[in-house]
Design a protein around this ligand. Sequence first.
Ligand code: NAD
Ligand code: TYD
Length: 356
Amino acid sequence: MILVTGGAGFIGANFVLDWLARNDEPVINLDKLTYAGNMETLASLKEDPRHIFVKGDIGDSALVADLLARHQPRAVINFAAESHVDRSISSPEDFIQTNIVGTFRLLEAVRGYWGGLSGGTRDGFRFVHVSTDEVYGSLASADPAFTESHRYEPNSPYSASKAASDHLVRAYRHTYGLPVLTTNCSNNYGPYHFPEKLIPLMIINALAGKPLPVYGDGMQVRDWLYVKDHCSAIRSVLEAGGPGEVYNVGGWNEKPNIEIVQTICALLDEFRPRADGKSYREQISYVKDRPGHDRRYAIDASKIQRELGWKPVETFETGIRKTVQWYLANPEWVSHVQSGAYREWVQTQYADTAAA
Ligand code: NAD
Ligand code: TYD
Protein backbone atom coordinates (compact mmCIF):
# COMPACT_ATOMS: atom_id res chain seq x y z
CA MET A 1 0.00 0.00 0.00
CA ILE A 2 0.93 3.64 -0.20
CA LEU A 3 0.64 6.45 2.38
CA VAL A 4 -0.68 9.74 1.03
CA THR A 5 -0.60 12.90 3.16
CA GLY A 6 -3.02 15.76 2.50
CA GLY A 7 -5.31 13.43 0.56
CA ALA A 8 -8.47 15.37 1.47
CA GLY A 9 -7.22 18.52 -0.27
CA PHE A 10 -7.61 19.47 -3.91
CA ILE A 11 -4.73 17.61 -5.57
CA GLY A 12 -4.35 14.87 -2.95
CA ALA A 13 -8.03 13.89 -3.19
CA ASN A 14 -7.93 13.85 -7.00
CA PHE A 15 -4.83 11.66 -6.71
CA VAL A 16 -6.48 9.20 -4.28
CA LEU A 17 -9.67 9.00 -6.39
CA ASP A 18 -7.67 8.40 -9.58
CA TRP A 19 -5.36 5.91 -7.87
CA LEU A 20 -8.19 3.71 -6.60
CA ALA A 21 -10.06 3.99 -9.90
CA ARG A 22 -7.01 2.58 -11.66
CA ASN A 23 -5.85 -0.20 -9.32
CA ASP A 24 -6.59 -1.95 -6.04
CA GLU A 25 -3.48 -1.03 -4.09
CA PRO A 26 -4.78 0.43 -0.80
CA VAL A 27 -4.14 4.00 0.32
CA ILE A 28 -3.68 5.29 3.86
CA ASN A 29 -4.75 8.90 3.73
CA LEU A 30 -3.33 11.08 6.53
CA ASP A 31 -4.92 14.52 6.60
CA LYS A 32 -5.34 17.12 9.35
CA LEU A 33 -8.58 18.37 7.81
CA THR A 34 -7.76 22.04 7.93
CA TYR A 35 -10.22 24.41 6.20
CA ALA A 36 -8.86 23.01 2.89
CA GLY A 37 -9.48 19.36 3.68
CA ASN A 38 -12.89 18.16 2.53
CA MET A 39 -14.20 14.69 3.22
CA GLU A 40 -17.12 15.25 0.85
CA THR A 41 -14.65 15.04 -2.00
CA LEU A 42 -13.88 11.49 -0.85
CA ALA A 43 -17.53 10.52 -0.24
CA SER A 44 -17.46 7.84 -2.95
CA LEU A 45 -14.77 6.00 -0.93
CA LYS A 46 -16.72 5.96 2.33
CA GLU A 47 -17.36 2.23 2.37
CA ASP A 48 -14.26 1.31 0.36
CA PRO A 49 -11.86 -0.89 2.37
CA ARG A 50 -9.00 0.14 0.08
CA HIS A 51 -9.12 3.66 1.55
CA ILE A 52 -7.99 4.07 5.18
CA PHE A 53 -8.54 7.64 6.29
CA VAL A 54 -6.67 8.94 9.35
CA LYS A 55 -7.29 12.44 10.67
CA GLY A 56 -3.94 13.70 11.88
CA ASP A 57 -0.95 15.97 11.44
CA ILE A 58 2.19 15.13 9.44
CA GLY A 59 4.02 16.84 12.33
CA ASP A 60 2.73 14.24 14.82
CA SER A 61 5.83 12.04 14.88
CA ALA A 62 4.34 9.29 17.05
CA LEU A 63 1.23 9.00 14.88
CA VAL A 64 3.21 8.86 11.63
CA ALA A 65 5.71 6.34 13.04
CA ASP A 66 2.83 4.15 14.20
CA LEU A 67 1.08 4.31 10.80
CA LEU A 68 4.28 3.40 8.98
CA ALA A 69 5.05 0.51 11.34
CA ARG A 70 1.52 -0.89 11.19
CA HIS A 71 0.82 -0.54 7.48
CA GLN A 72 4.34 -0.91 6.00
CA PRO A 73 3.69 1.26 2.90
CA ARG A 74 5.98 0.93 -0.11
CA ALA A 75 5.83 4.69 -0.66
CA VAL A 76 4.86 7.98 0.96
CA ILE A 77 3.50 10.80 -1.21
CA ASN A 78 3.50 14.12 0.58
CA PHE A 79 0.77 16.52 -0.55
CA ALA A 80 0.03 17.96 2.90
CA ALA A 81 0.68 21.68 3.04
CA GLU A 82 -0.76 25.07 3.61
CA SER A 83 -1.12 26.11 -0.03
CA HIS A 84 -2.70 29.53 -0.48
CA VAL A 85 -0.36 32.49 -1.12
CA ASP A 86 -2.80 35.15 0.13
CA ARG A 87 -3.27 33.32 3.43
CA SER A 88 0.51 33.01 3.77
CA ILE A 89 0.75 36.79 3.48
CA SER A 90 -1.89 37.52 6.12
CA SER A 91 -0.87 34.73 8.55
CA PRO A 92 2.38 32.91 7.76
CA GLU A 93 2.72 30.90 10.99
CA ASP A 94 0.75 27.83 9.84
CA PHE A 95 2.89 27.68 6.69
CA ILE A 96 6.06 27.46 8.74
CA GLN A 97 4.55 24.83 11.03
CA THR A 98 3.14 22.50 8.38
CA ASN A 99 5.31 23.08 5.34
CA ILE A 100 8.65 23.25 7.16
CA VAL A 101 8.35 21.69 10.63
CA GLY A 102 5.71 19.19 9.48
CA THR A 103 7.76 18.06 6.47
CA PHE A 104 10.83 17.75 8.70
CA ARG A 105 8.99 15.55 11.21
CA LEU A 106 7.51 13.46 8.41
CA LEU A 107 10.97 12.95 6.93
CA GLU A 108 12.32 11.92 10.33
CA ALA A 109 9.56 9.35 10.82
CA VAL A 110 10.08 8.03 7.29
CA ARG A 111 13.85 7.85 7.83
CA GLY A 112 13.29 5.76 10.96
CA TYR A 113 10.90 3.42 9.14
CA TRP A 114 13.04 3.09 6.01
CA GLY A 115 16.14 2.44 8.17
CA GLY A 116 14.41 -0.64 9.53
CA LEU A 117 13.58 -2.08 6.09
CA SER A 118 15.83 -4.48 4.26
CA GLY A 119 16.42 -6.05 0.86
CA GLY A 120 13.97 -5.34 -1.95
CA THR A 121 11.50 -3.58 0.35
CA ARG A 122 14.15 -1.06 1.30
CA ASP A 123 15.42 -0.66 -2.27
CA GLY A 124 11.91 -0.19 -3.65
CA PHE A 125 10.74 2.35 -1.06
CA ARG A 126 10.06 5.91 -2.32
CA PHE A 127 9.24 9.27 -0.72
CA VAL A 128 7.63 11.62 -3.24
CA HIS A 129 7.48 15.27 -2.23
CA VAL A 130 4.91 17.35 -4.12
CA SER A 131 6.12 20.92 -4.51
CA THR A 132 5.54 24.02 -6.58
CA ASP A 133 7.16 26.11 -9.32
CA GLU A 134 6.77 29.12 -7.01
CA VAL A 135 10.05 28.17 -5.23
CA TYR A 136 11.91 29.50 -8.30
CA GLY A 137 10.57 33.05 -7.91
CA SER A 138 9.34 35.36 -10.64
CA LEU A 139 10.35 35.60 -14.32
CA ALA A 140 10.53 38.63 -16.61
CA SER A 141 8.45 38.31 -19.78
CA ALA A 142 11.36 37.29 -22.04
CA ASP A 143 13.09 34.91 -19.57
CA PRO A 144 13.27 31.20 -20.40
CA ALA A 145 10.97 28.91 -18.40
CA PHE A 146 12.13 27.34 -15.11
CA THR A 147 14.28 24.22 -15.46
CA GLU A 148 15.14 21.94 -12.54
CA SER A 149 18.48 23.75 -12.11
CA HIS A 150 16.94 27.23 -11.85
CA ARG A 151 18.05 28.91 -8.63
CA TYR A 152 15.60 29.03 -5.75
CA GLU A 153 14.31 32.56 -5.18
CA PRO A 154 10.98 32.26 -3.31
CA ASN A 155 9.12 35.51 -2.75
CA SER A 156 6.09 34.74 -0.55
CA PRO A 157 5.90 33.04 2.84
CA TYR A 158 4.14 30.17 1.02
CA SER A 159 6.88 29.69 -1.58
CA ALA A 160 9.64 30.23 1.00
CA SER A 161 8.15 27.53 3.23
CA LYS A 162 7.84 25.13 0.28
CA ALA A 163 11.43 25.95 -0.74
CA ALA A 164 12.59 25.11 2.79
CA SER A 165 10.74 21.79 2.63
CA ASP A 166 12.34 21.00 -0.76
CA HIS A 167 15.78 21.68 0.75
CA LEU A 168 15.06 19.36 3.67
CA VAL A 169 13.94 16.62 1.28
CA ARG A 170 17.11 17.08 -0.77
CA ALA A 171 19.26 16.98 2.37
CA TYR A 172 17.68 13.70 3.51
CA ARG A 173 18.80 12.16 0.22
CA HIS A 174 22.29 13.60 0.40
CA THR A 175 22.89 12.89 4.08
CA TYR A 176 20.92 9.73 4.82
CA GLY A 177 20.39 8.24 1.37
CA LEU A 178 16.59 8.37 1.70
CA PRO A 179 15.06 7.56 -1.73
CA VAL A 180 13.25 10.87 -2.26
CA LEU A 181 11.83 12.42 -5.43
CA THR A 182 10.57 15.99 -5.73
CA THR A 183 8.09 17.40 -8.22
CA ASN A 184 7.78 21.14 -8.82
CA CYS A 185 4.49 21.77 -10.56
CA SER A 186 2.74 24.82 -11.96
CA ASN A 187 -0.79 26.01 -11.06
CA ASN A 188 -3.36 23.21 -11.06
CA TYR A 189 -7.06 23.51 -11.83
CA GLY A 190 -9.96 21.09 -12.09
CA PRO A 191 -12.67 19.40 -9.98
CA TYR A 192 -12.80 19.84 -6.18
CA HIS A 193 -10.64 22.98 -6.21
CA PHE A 194 -11.26 25.07 -3.11
CA PRO A 195 -12.82 28.39 -4.13
CA GLU A 196 -10.15 30.64 -2.65
CA LYS A 197 -7.97 30.05 -5.73
CA LEU A 198 -8.38 32.00 -8.96
CA ILE A 199 -10.30 29.61 -11.23
CA PRO A 200 -12.95 28.19 -8.84
CA LEU A 201 -13.38 31.59 -7.19
CA MET A 202 -14.15 33.20 -10.55
CA ILE A 203 -16.62 30.48 -11.58
CA ILE A 204 -18.48 30.60 -8.29
CA ASN A 205 -18.52 34.39 -7.96
CA ALA A 206 -19.73 34.73 -11.54
CA LEU A 207 -22.66 32.36 -10.96
CA ALA A 208 -23.51 34.14 -7.69
CA GLY A 209 -23.65 37.52 -9.48
CA LYS A 210 -20.65 38.77 -7.48
CA PRO A 211 -17.66 40.82 -8.69
CA LEU A 212 -14.74 38.92 -10.25
CA PRO A 213 -11.74 40.38 -8.37
CA VAL A 214 -8.69 40.62 -10.65
CA TYR A 215 -5.55 41.65 -8.73
CA GLY A 216 -3.57 44.62 -10.11
CA ASP A 217 -3.52 44.83 -13.91
CA GLY A 218 -4.41 41.14 -14.39
CA MET A 219 -1.32 40.61 -16.56
CA GLN A 220 0.46 38.24 -14.18
CA VAL A 221 1.26 35.03 -16.01
CA ARG A 222 0.89 31.49 -14.69
CA ASP A 223 1.31 28.08 -16.33
CA TRP A 224 -1.84 25.99 -15.84
CA LEU A 225 -2.10 22.19 -15.61
CA TYR A 226 -5.28 20.12 -15.36
CA VAL A 227 -5.14 18.35 -11.98
CA LYS A 228 -5.53 14.84 -13.42
CA ASP A 229 -2.44 15.42 -15.54
CA HIS A 230 -0.55 16.37 -12.38
CA CYS A 231 -1.75 13.12 -10.77
CA SER A 232 -0.48 11.09 -13.74
CA ALA A 233 2.89 12.87 -13.54
CA ILE A 234 3.19 11.93 -9.86
CA ARG A 235 2.37 8.29 -10.68
CA SER A 236 5.09 8.32 -13.35
CA VAL A 237 7.62 9.79 -10.93
CA LEU A 238 6.68 7.26 -8.25
CA GLU A 239 7.04 4.27 -10.56
CA ALA A 240 9.92 5.28 -12.80
CA GLY A 241 11.64 8.37 -11.37
CA GLY A 242 15.24 8.21 -10.17
CA PRO A 243 15.77 8.57 -6.39
CA GLY A 244 17.17 12.01 -5.62
CA GLU A 245 15.81 13.46 -8.86
CA VAL A 246 13.68 16.58 -9.24
CA TYR A 247 11.05 16.85 -11.99
CA ASN A 248 9.35 20.03 -13.16
CA VAL A 249 5.73 19.41 -14.13
CA GLY A 250 3.69 21.82 -16.24
CA GLY A 251 1.09 22.22 -18.92
CA TRP A 252 3.05 24.19 -21.55
CA ASN A 253 0.29 26.66 -21.14
CA GLU A 254 1.19 30.17 -19.99
CA LYS A 255 -1.64 32.67 -19.75
CA PRO A 256 -2.21 36.05 -18.11
CA ASN A 257 -4.82 36.01 -15.35
CA ILE A 258 -7.21 38.31 -17.20
CA GLU A 259 -7.33 35.88 -20.12
CA ILE A 260 -8.22 33.06 -17.74
CA VAL A 261 -11.06 35.12 -16.28
CA GLN A 262 -12.31 36.08 -19.74
CA THR A 263 -12.27 32.45 -20.85
CA ILE A 264 -14.33 31.44 -17.81
CA CYS A 265 -16.81 34.23 -18.57
CA ALA A 266 -17.12 33.10 -22.19
CA LEU A 267 -17.76 29.48 -21.15
CA LEU A 268 -20.39 30.52 -18.62
CA ASP A 269 -21.99 32.76 -21.26
CA GLU A 270 -22.25 29.61 -23.40
CA PHE A 271 -23.33 27.08 -20.72
CA ARG A 272 -25.40 29.22 -18.32
CA PRO A 273 -26.20 32.63 -19.90
CA ARG A 274 -27.08 35.44 -17.50
CA ALA A 275 -30.79 36.16 -17.19
CA ASP A 276 -30.26 39.76 -18.38
CA GLY A 277 -28.52 38.58 -21.56
CA LYS A 278 -25.29 40.41 -20.67
CA SER A 279 -21.87 38.74 -20.48
CA TYR A 280 -20.34 37.64 -17.18
CA ARG A 281 -17.43 39.91 -18.21
CA GLU A 282 -19.52 42.78 -16.83
CA GLN A 283 -18.68 41.44 -13.36
CA ILE A 284 -14.88 41.76 -13.78
CA SER A 285 -13.53 44.16 -11.18
CA TYR A 286 -9.87 45.18 -10.87
CA VAL A 287 -8.84 45.27 -7.19
CA LYS A 288 -5.76 46.11 -5.16
CA ASP A 289 -2.75 43.96 -6.08
CA ARG A 290 -1.33 41.19 -3.90
CA PRO A 291 1.78 42.41 -1.99
CA GLY A 292 4.95 41.10 -3.65
CA HIS A 293 2.89 39.55 -6.44
CA ASP A 294 5.06 37.33 -8.66
CA ARG A 295 4.76 38.52 -12.26
CA ARG A 296 5.34 35.33 -14.20
CA TYR A 297 5.88 31.60 -13.68
CA ALA A 298 6.71 29.28 -16.57
CA ILE A 299 7.70 25.61 -16.43
CA ASP A 300 10.04 23.77 -18.75
CA ALA A 301 8.68 20.22 -18.38
CA SER A 302 10.98 18.63 -20.94
CA LYS A 303 12.96 16.53 -18.42
CA ILE A 304 9.93 14.52 -17.26
CA GLN A 305 8.83 14.06 -20.87
CA ARG A 306 12.30 12.98 -22.02
CA GLU A 307 13.11 10.69 -19.08
CA LEU A 308 9.72 9.32 -18.03
CA GLY A 309 7.63 9.83 -21.16
CA TRP A 310 5.08 11.98 -19.32
CA LYS A 311 3.20 14.81 -20.99
CA PRO A 312 -0.18 16.36 -20.27
CA VAL A 313 -3.28 14.93 -21.96
CA GLU A 314 -5.48 18.01 -21.58
CA THR A 315 -4.94 21.32 -23.33
CA PHE A 316 -6.13 24.38 -21.46
CA GLU A 317 -9.13 24.59 -23.78
CA THR A 318 -10.30 21.05 -22.99
CA GLY A 319 -9.41 21.20 -19.29
CA ILE A 320 -11.13 24.50 -18.55
CA ARG A 321 -14.33 23.35 -20.32
CA LYS A 322 -14.40 20.22 -18.16
CA THR A 323 -13.71 22.30 -15.06
CA VAL A 324 -16.50 24.82 -15.67
CA GLN A 325 -18.89 21.97 -16.46
CA TRP A 326 -17.88 20.18 -13.25
CA TYR A 327 -18.70 23.24 -11.12
CA LEU A 328 -22.04 23.64 -12.88
CA ALA A 329 -22.84 19.96 -12.27
CA ASN A 330 -21.86 19.97 -8.58
CA PRO A 331 -23.68 22.85 -6.87
CA GLU A 332 -24.05 20.83 -3.66
CA TRP A 333 -20.29 20.38 -3.21
CA VAL A 334 -19.87 24.09 -3.83
CA SER A 335 -22.59 25.21 -1.43
CA HIS A 336 -21.26 22.99 1.36
CA VAL A 337 -17.81 24.44 0.95
CA GLN A 338 -19.25 27.92 1.01
CA SER A 339 -21.22 27.38 4.19
CA GLY A 340 -18.00 26.56 6.08
CA ALA A 341 -14.96 28.54 7.12
CA TYR A 342 -14.49 29.66 3.53
CA ARG A 343 -17.10 32.37 3.99
CA GLU A 344 -15.24 34.02 6.86
CA TRP A 345 -12.00 33.92 4.86
CA VAL A 346 -13.52 35.61 1.85
CA GLN A 347 -14.82 38.42 4.02
CA THR A 348 -11.39 39.05 5.59
CA GLN A 349 -9.57 38.84 2.27
CA TYR A 350 -11.76 41.09 0.18
CA ALA A 351 -13.07 43.57 2.78
CA ASP A 352 -10.42 46.20 1.97
CA THR A 353 -9.84 45.41 -1.71
CA ALA A 354 -13.12 46.68 -3.09
CA ALA A 355 -11.60 49.04 -5.64
CA ALA A 356 -8.21 49.45 -7.25
P1 NAD B 1 -4.91 22.11 -0.51
O1 NAD B 1 -4.70 23.31 0.36
O2 NAD B 1 -6.15 22.01 -1.33
O3 NAD B 1 -4.86 20.79 0.39
C1 NAD B 1 -3.91 20.59 1.41
C2 NAD B 1 -4.37 19.41 2.25
O4 NAD B 1 -3.37 19.19 3.27
C3 NAD B 1 -5.70 19.65 2.98
O5 NAD B 1 -6.53 18.52 2.87
C4 NAD B 1 -5.27 19.89 4.43
O6 NAD B 1 -6.25 19.48 5.36
C5 NAD B 1 -4.03 19.03 4.51
N1 NAD B 1 -3.09 19.48 5.57
C6 NAD B 1 -2.70 20.76 5.83
N2 NAD B 1 -1.84 20.75 6.87
C7 NAD B 1 -1.67 19.46 7.24
C8 NAD B 1 -0.89 18.82 8.24
N3 NAD B 1 -0.11 19.52 9.07
N4 NAD B 1 -0.95 17.48 8.34
C9 NAD B 1 -1.75 16.75 7.51
N5 NAD B 1 -2.52 17.30 6.56
C10 NAD B 1 -2.47 18.65 6.43
O7 NAD B 1 -3.60 22.02 -1.40
P2 NAD B 1 -3.43 21.44 -2.88
O8 NAD B 1 -3.73 22.52 -3.84
O9 NAD B 1 -4.14 20.15 -2.97
O10 NAD B 1 -1.86 21.20 -2.91
C11 NAD B 1 -1.31 19.95 -2.52
C12 NAD B 1 0.21 20.04 -2.61
O11 NAD B 1 0.59 20.38 -3.94
C13 NAD B 1 0.81 21.12 -1.72
O12 NAD B 1 2.00 20.62 -1.17
C14 NAD B 1 1.08 22.28 -2.66
O13 NAD B 1 2.17 23.05 -2.22
C15 NAD B 1 1.42 21.53 -3.92
N6 NAD B 1 1.13 22.24 -5.19
C16 NAD B 1 -0.10 22.81 -5.39
C17 NAD B 1 -0.37 23.45 -6.60
C18 NAD B 1 -1.73 24.05 -6.89
O14 NAD B 1 -1.88 24.69 -7.93
N7 NAD B 1 -2.74 23.83 -6.06
C19 NAD B 1 0.63 23.52 -7.58
C20 NAD B 1 1.87 22.93 -7.33
C21 NAD B 1 2.10 22.29 -6.13
P1 TYD C 1 -3.93 31.62 -7.01
O1 TYD C 1 -5.00 30.76 -7.57
O2 TYD C 1 -4.06 32.13 -5.61
O3 TYD C 1 -2.56 30.82 -7.22
P2 TYD C 1 -1.02 31.34 -7.03
O4 TYD C 1 -1.00 32.63 -6.32
O5 TYD C 1 -0.43 30.23 -6.23
O6 TYD C 1 -0.47 31.43 -8.42
O7 TYD C 1 -3.76 32.87 -7.97
C1 TYD C 1 -3.47 32.70 -9.35
C2 TYD C 1 -3.26 34.07 -9.92
O8 TYD C 1 -4.51 34.77 -9.89
C3 TYD C 1 -2.27 34.92 -9.12
O9 TYD C 1 -1.52 35.72 -10.03
C4 TYD C 1 -3.18 35.80 -8.27
C5 TYD C 1 -4.42 35.99 -9.13
N1 TYD C 1 -5.69 36.15 -8.40
C6 TYD C 1 -6.54 37.23 -8.71
O10 TYD C 1 -6.23 38.05 -9.60
N2 TYD C 1 -7.70 37.34 -8.03
C7 TYD C 1 -8.07 36.47 -7.04
O11 TYD C 1 -9.15 36.65 -6.42
C8 TYD C 1 -7.21 35.37 -6.75
C9 TYD C 1 -7.56 34.37 -5.67
C10 TYD C 1 -6.02 35.25 -7.45
